[in-house]
Design a protein around this ligand. Sequence first.
Ligand SMILES: Cc1ncc(COP(=O)(O)O)c(C=O)c1O
Length: 425
Amino acid sequence: MDSGSVFASLVQAPEDPILGVTVAYNKDPSPNKLNLGVGAYRTEEGKPLVLDVVRRAEQLLVNDQSRVKEYLPIVGLADFNKLSAKLIFGADSPAIQANRVATVQCLSGTGSLRVGAEFLARHYHQLTIYIPQPTWGNHPKVFTLAGLSVKTYRYYDPATRGLNFQGLLEDLGAATSGAIVLLHACAHNPTGVDPTLEQWEQIRQLMRSKGLLPFFDSAYQVVALVVWWITGGQIENMLGFASGSLDADAQPVRMFVADGGECLAAQSYAKNMGLYGERVGALSIVCKTADVASKVESQLKLVIRPMYSNPPIHGASIVATILKDSKMYDEWTVELKAMADRIISMRKQLFDALSARGTPGDWSHIIKQIGMFTFTGLNGEQVAFMTKEYHIYMTSDGRISMAGLSSKTVPHLADAIHAAVTRMG
Ligand SMILES: Cc1ncc(COP(=O)(O)O)c(C=O)c1O
């Protein structure tokens, strides 16, 4: 009975395209149902994972009687901010050394993107932001609601299931000068396709020559790197990173910082520390001078204060505890490697299962793509078929979370893909 309600004229809003997959999954009574929608890591038994090192950090925090529950400053926990900047820009980053980086703790990756976007909408001279096509479904909404005007640049080529590098260069080359450009720092979501370091260098040169402002979204840092190390066999890099000395030029974000130019970076600790629900993240703005960085920070406070006043303390304390202790930091990378190993094993098992079934088409992208997701190339009709007939849930663009698979569920998925491809064309 909604008559008489002041909200009676509201229409029912659709479910979020990504989180709605889980809502539909939860309603399905089938014992064989499988949720490959949301990008959250699952164990081989299909259970969520809390890292041992996170449990240990939490124990330390609980046992520390000196800890209180006072408000954090508007910009968050100082240690957390310093360590987060160090993690993304490198321990020896010249920008950090020169105090040219303003870092604020935000509500995970999404909150960091939103605060960054609100700041840009108020203080940057160009309100257009170019985002890759395709991209994470929340990007256009976050930026539009912050007051930016969203345009896209070509990124993915369905024909090669790889990067449309030419299209990317053309579109950024034709972009309004000074516009903002959103770049996925690594493990592009949903495609799992990243530029090579040589291509990043070309992107950097083009963007700097046109005065385009880079806004990095780093939701998979370290997860992607570990996967890359394992697949690329570049073990020396892994050891280098574990000891804190990974060559700064080896990563796209650091290339853009090394040239002395300005950029923004939104970091999330959801995937790489499994802190999804703790909502821990950071926004860093790299500026030309320490003076500008200080002004930027003061303005970020004015964005944050009326939005949520100040961020929560628990998750940021976990991250800071782990990042500042070299032993715990090393343990973290070992646990990450185990997660990455499992994801890679799932990629191999799914690829082998499709090969064994003789499923038509080239499925090598399953083992080539980077990170948590496989962008299968299945179309909306095939996805709907797999959900209806096989109770397999995924986003309608055909993206599946490899982290949600296990050796037990791979055959079921392979059967479903085989049936979808052979029956639905
Ligand atoms: C590309 C990308 N950016 C940002 C996020 C934000 O995640 P969170 O707000 O949970 O940190 C995600 C999460 O899936 C993502 O895939």
